[in-house]
Design a protein around this ligand. Structure first.
Ligand SMILES: C[S@@+](CC[C@H](N)C(=O)[O-])C[C@H]1O[C@@H](n2cnc3c(N)ncnc32)[C@H](O)[C@@H]1O
Length: 467
């Protein structure tokens, strides 16, 4: 799928900007390629790697907030800094653009009460710019995106959206040496959800299918025998991968290309539903303040949402914002779950979201997802008749909350840098020792500060989604 990228119009280095200072992005990874060449990866995958000579590496090293842009220009501007003859000026005109995102120009450092929070805001702004030419996303855009926008699964969960279960798809120290799927299977057994074993399991929105592959490792052949494992997904390109991995792992698997908001399944026909990081993909309805105040919808779909709010007696957060996002599709899905689950059936829903207020959009390349408002969703579940339990994912899976893992930004950059060397690098949640082990002999990876000894352990926590 193509989507509009912000422009690459170079910054004009004049006027007030010359008094501003420059800070490198904190998760920046620089790779030393040979004696006299260093590489960094711009945020935009479509831009070529930036290849620097010693002077260029020094320019990047000097972006520590001490020198003004004017001083940097004077010191580096006229010299060749790049391996393709780019001057220091050429780089200074581009590196702060969102598509490069290698540094930040400003009068104040991007810090304050929390350095990370400020940088995260900055990255959020960068992401917003990816969508600057997109008129407000239509309420159907997510269905369209999954139905037609994804032609191939290759790289999708590495580039477009990286989920927690994908990052933890292999055994990992942070999960006591298990993979996410293995740990989830153990948890299901501990909860008693496999005794008696379910006859029909439906995994909704399974991505590439790693969860089923890993879960199979925790169930014996006898525990899997007689269990029908159905994958239901809107994206055709993913279903084949799901089936292939599950069948190889020993499941009796089949696939259904369908929308979870209208399940093509008979009433009371399913024992267990697993839905991992998919609720934020379901249809959002953008309600105006006026619609919320008057309870009169501008379209039949909006009226349905307002009627649903009324019917569920949802205690909405006030004051109403000018535009409020309502997780209409996720609540429709709950309705469908209530219909298709057998009496005593169970569903496990995992997603990121909020407990109060109104959901924010989350901009990703090519599409926008929406936080899930759990208080409303839980209310709807109880209203339907479910007994619901709610907790944070680390609590469910006994993940240590303080475990530090490589942040995805750095992982993407390392992958690109490795690919340019003809090597592969899987994007996943490495702890520092796992990363050192994986990189093994690759000693060219250095932090940019002063170009010192290798320290690939730039780590940040993966923010846990909630159950
Ligand atoms: C963010 S991915 C999560 C994939 C996987 N469960 C994981 O945790 O890595 C969302 C998945 O849900 C699917 N999906 C999105 N909207 C859907 C819908 N309305 N009905 C069924 N599947 C949907 C996508 O195709 C994809 O497989």
């Amino acid at each position: 799928m193509t989507f509009p990228a912000p422009s690459l119009q170079p910054l004009a280095l004049e006027g007030e900007i010359l008094q501003q200072r420059a800070w490198r992005m904190p998760d920046l990874v620089i790779y030393q390629h040979g004696d006299q060449e260093w590489w960094v990866a711009p945020l935009d995958e479509d831009l070529p790697l930036v290849r620097l000579n010693r002077m260029g590496a020094s320019l990047l090293g000097a972006m520590d907030g001490r020198l003004s842009i004017g001083a940097l220009l004077e010191q580096f501007g006229k010299w060749v800094c790049g391996s393709n003859q780019e001057t220091g000026r050429w780089f200074l005109e581009r590196w702060a653009l969102p598509r490069y995102s290698l540094c930040y120009f400003g009068t104040e450092p991007p810090s304050g009460h929390s350095v990370n929070a400020k940088w995260d805001l900055l990255l959020q702004k960068v992401r917003e710019q990816w969508h600057e030419n997109v008129a407000i996303e239509s309420e159907e855009h997510l269905t369209e995106f999954h139905h037609k926008g994804i032609q191939s699964h290759h790289g999708h969960f590495e580039i477009v959206e990286t989920t927690v279960s994908h990052l933890l798809r292999e055994p990992c120290e942070a999960l006591h040496g298990l993979s996410y799927g293995q740990l989830l299977a153990k948890t299901l057994k501990q909860l008693g959800w496999w005794s008696p074993k379910p006859q029909r399991v439906v995994e909704v929105g399974a991505g590439l299918g790693y969860l089923s592959q890993e879960m199979a490792k925790e169930f014996s052949r006898v525990e899997r025998r007689g269990v029908e494992y159905i994958f239901l997904d809107l994206t055709r390109a993913f279903l084949q991968s799901q089936k292939a991995l599950a069948q190889k792992a020993g499941w009796d698997a089949r696939i259904l290309n369908a929308n979870a908001e209208q399940l093509p399944l008979a009433d009371a026909s399913v024992d267990l539903v697993i839905d991992n990081e998919n609720l934020a993909d379901m249809t959002p309805v953008h309600l105006s303040k006026e619609e919320l105040e008057t309870r009169k919808g501008a379209t039949p779909e909006h009226q349905q949402s307002l009627d649903l709010i009324q019917q569920l007696r949802l205690n909405l957060d006030t004051p109403y914002p000018d535009e409020a996002i309502f997780n209409y599709g996720a609540i429709q899905f709950l309705h469908e779950l209530w219909r298709v689950l057998k009496p005593g059936g169970r569903a496990l829903l995992i997603e990121f979201g909020i407990d109060s207020g109104w959901p924010d959009p989350v901009r990703l390349p090519g599409h926008t997802e929406y936080e899930v408002q759990f208080t409303y969703l839980r209310h709807a579940a109880r209203w339907l008749g479910f007994r619901e339990q709610y907790c944070a994912l680390p609590q469910l899976l006994s993940i240590r909350r303080d475990t530090q893992v490589l942040c995805t930004g750095a992982a993407y950059a390392i992958r690109r840098l490795q690919e340019a060397e003809g090597k592969t690098f899987a994007v996943r949640a490495y702890t520092e020792s796992e990363l050192r082990h994986t990189l093994g002999e690759i000693s060219g990876l250095v932090r940019v500060v002063g170009l010192q000894s290798p320290d690939p352990g730039e780590t940040r926590r993966v923010s846990p989604p909630r159950l």
